[in-house]
Design a protein around this ligand. Structure first.
Ligand SMILES: NC(=O)c1ccc[n+]([C@@H]2O[C@H](COP(=O)([O-])OP(=O)(O)OC[C@H]3O[C@@H](n4cnc5c(N)ncnc54)[C@H](O)[C@@H]3O)[C@@H](O)[C@H]2O)c1
Length: 365
């Protein structure tokens, strides 16, 4: 059995609460004898030999006064996080959440930088998961640079451009470190449902007249996206264009409103107006309601395992295995085929199971 994945996180928000509690939910099922292949809500029982509960959280950075200084396992439950408390016993994870970078203290080799770098190295983190509020490009750049210096893989959950920056990607490649980004595509979110419906329209030969997507929610992400939604809007349009779809008639509103009583539930509303035979109209309206941060964690679990497995094999740069679960992958969607994704996943699995611990493998991106 491979060692559990050593994970450091920046931003101890709802995504991390869902990931931490969810991993414990699955650990409990596994301990009760549920076979890995029958775990609910899981696409890949293992990636590179890593199961969904094989995570050790080893370091965490945040700036919110309600979280900094708390033991990690308490901080994930602290307000303003409002992911529900799952009905599973949670282990105590005692290391404290430590202060993250701030705009005023983010200079390379400044005090915060030096301390975080030391923590990443001392904790032997394999993967740094970036899960900050959307819109903080300076922070995404800085934490990615810290990952490079510390020698950890980097996973970017947000729409900020990191893996799409060729110079950054080249540097990760040069150092043999995986760079997974940008912007996770939620498990069953508005992006994948909207894309599937628009694709169906093309497939059946109807003509799109107009379409929109509105999202509402009651967590911090929705509060933030009301104000700084532009990078998310662009990334959501990238996700819709994944299979070559023309998005010029599609409007996307990442946060059409913050509705406090929705808590961590997201409501997505999709509308499609089209014309079929003889120009007669067709209209589709669909409402989707999901647990927003479960929707994120259900994909983060694959992104971090891909990153760790690639790192263990010495595969730097962007792993094609991650392409279909990101809204804005490095290089853009059209450049990465389904075959490349499947090959990359096989490569990560074969590396761990067949060829031993450090086989020589080709990078398939
Ligand atoms: N929920 C989804 O399905 C989904 C999908 C795609 C992308 N995302 C993105 O994932 C990101 C995280 O989402 P979330 O719901 O966990 O957000 P959140 O607001 O609950 O958590 C963000 C955390 O980052 C902390 N933070 C802010 N500035 C920081 C800094 N400089 N250093 C360290 N920590 C800092 C905040 O205090 C907070 O704890 C968002 O950008 C969101 O858009 C979410």
């Amino acid at each position: 059995m491979p060692e559990p994945l050593r994970l450091a996180v920046c931003g101890v928000g709802n995504n991390i609460s869902a990931l931490f509690q969810g991993a414990q939910y699955y650990r409990q099922l596994i301990n009760h004898g549920v076979p890995a292949s029958e775990l609910p809500g899981i696409k890949h029982a293992e990636i590179g030999g890593l199961g969904v509960a094989d995570i050790d959280f080893v370091a965490a950075f945040d700036v919110h006064p309600s979280k900094v200084g708390l033991p990690f396992s308490e901080a994930v439950l602290a307000a303003p996080n409002n992911y529900p408390r799952l009905d599973v016993p949670l282990p105590e994870v005692r290391f404290p959440v430590t202060p993250g970078l701030t705009a005023a203290d983010c200079e390379p080799s400044g005090p915060a930088w030096t301390r975080i770098l030391r923590q990443l190295r001392d904790s032997r983190a394999e993967v740094l998961l970036y899960s900050l509020p959307t819109g903080l490009q300076w922070a995404a750049d800085a934490y990615a640079q810290l990952a490079l210096e510390a020698g950890t893989a980097f996973v970017n959950c947000t729409p900020e451009s990191v893996a799409r920056v060729p110079a950054t990607l080249a540097e990760f490649e040069r150092r043999g470190l995986p760079l997974v980004g940008d912007d996770l595509a939620s498990h069953l979110g508005t992006s994948v449902v909207h894309r599937a419906l628009l694709g169906l329209l093309t497939d059946r030969g109807l003509s799109l007249v107009s379409s929109y997507q509105l999202n509402l929610g009651g967590n911090e992400d929705f509060k933030n996206l009301r104000v700084v939604g532009e990078s998310k809007r662009a990334s959501k349009l990238n996700a819709l264009a994944q299979d070559g779809l023309d998005t010029s008639k599609v409007e996307v509103i990442p946060s059409a409103g913050f509705v406090a009583h929705l808590n961590d539930n997201k409501v997505g509303m999709l509308n499609i107006e089209a014309v079929g035979w003889a120009g007669t109209p067709i209209s589709v309206d669909l409402k989707l309601k999901v647990q927003d941060s479960s929707n994120a964690a259900g994909v983060i679990i694959d992104l971090i395992r891909i990153a760790a497995a690639a790192k263990r094999l010495g595969l730097g740069g962007f792993p094609a295995a991650a392409a279909r679960i990101l809204k804005s992958p490095a290089g853009g969607h059209p450049s990465i085929t389904e075959a490349a994704v499947a090959h990359s996943l096989l490569e990560l699995d074969a590396g761990m199971h067949v060829a031993g611990d450090r086989p020589s493998v080709e990078h398939a991106s």
